[in-house]
Write a protein of this length. Structure first.
Length: 259
């Protein structure tokens, strides 16, 4: 897997020009219908030491619903978090959303899109829990996956990666890496799959897709919208990306979306 994102160095800047800002949202909408796919952590909210310590902008869910209404419903959250965890932080959502890296998908009215995905084996959750407790990792359990966060113990990255790889191989799971996190999911769990699933459904069908995200796992989303004629917007300074544009921070994302 790709290594955890690092800050952009001057040498990297010399090797490849910096990504430009995206066109204003108003200008894009004047060209025709667009569909927005938004990551959550590091995109709409700043990253935090633990998944539960994030600071949510006031009335974020209501503001997203209002934006979705102006787009005739063509807006979806696509997060590594489980959808029920998103609602724990945001409240009930009346927009399209896909959780657990896009494998658990819901339309805006709450109807599931596709079959309900399978969770991880119980022994995997147990093994991850024991490892996290013994080694200082924060375990985030989900209905369709689990994540080991090591922001508080960055020196244990190598050992944690070795452990996670072994568990993934033993149980035929997929290992995803992000910013200070290792995540185990079932095969087929990626954000590009969520984009593709929504884009063949109304009201997304036929619109120009735009994916906004900050992490390595968002590259699947960038690739999917690119294949469909759209583009990705990277949040932050990670440089190895398929995105065509960049915004510096969640604050800039909120401003660009005019939330």
């Amino acid at each position: 897997m790709t290594e955890a994102p690092q800050s952009l160095s001057m040498n990297a800047m010399d090797e490849k020009p910096a990504l430009p800002l995206p066109p204003p949202l108003k200008a894009l909408r004047e060209r025709g219908p667009i569909a927005l796919f938004l990551d959550f952590d590091g995109t709409l909210v700043d990253l935090a030491p633990t998944p539960d310590s994030i600071n949510i902008p006031s009335n974020l869910a209501q503001r997203l619903e209002a934006l979705a209404a102006t787009l005739d419903g063509r807006l979806a959250l696509v997060s590594g978090r489980a959808t029920d965890n998103l609602e724990q932080h945001l409240g009930p959502l009346k927009i399209a959303r896909a959780g657990s890296h896009g494998i658990s998908r819901f339309q805006a009215d709450g109807h599931r899109l596709g079959a309900e995905p399978e969770g991880l084996p119980r022994e995997v959750y147990d093994a991850l829990g024991k490892y996290a407790q013994a080694n200082g990792f924060d375990l985030e359990t989900k209905a369709h996956g689990a994540a080991l966060h090591y922001r508080s113990v960055p020196d244990r990255e190598h050992d944690g990666l070795t452990f996670a790889k072994n568990i993934a191989e033993q149980h035929e799971l997929r290992l995803k890496r992000g910013k200070f996190v290792f995540e185990l999911v079932r095969p087929g769990a990626d954000k590009g799959g969520a984009v593709n699933a929504f884009m063949v459904e109304e009201p997304f069908k036929g619109a120009l897709p735009i994916f906004i995200g900050d992490d390595v796992t968002d590259e699947d989303g960038f690739n999917a919208v690119s294949r469909l004629g759209g583009f990705g917007i990277l949040v932050g300074d990670r440089f190895s990306t398929e995105a065509l544009h960049r915004l510096a921070s969640p604050k800039e994302v909120i401003e660009w979306l005019d939330l």
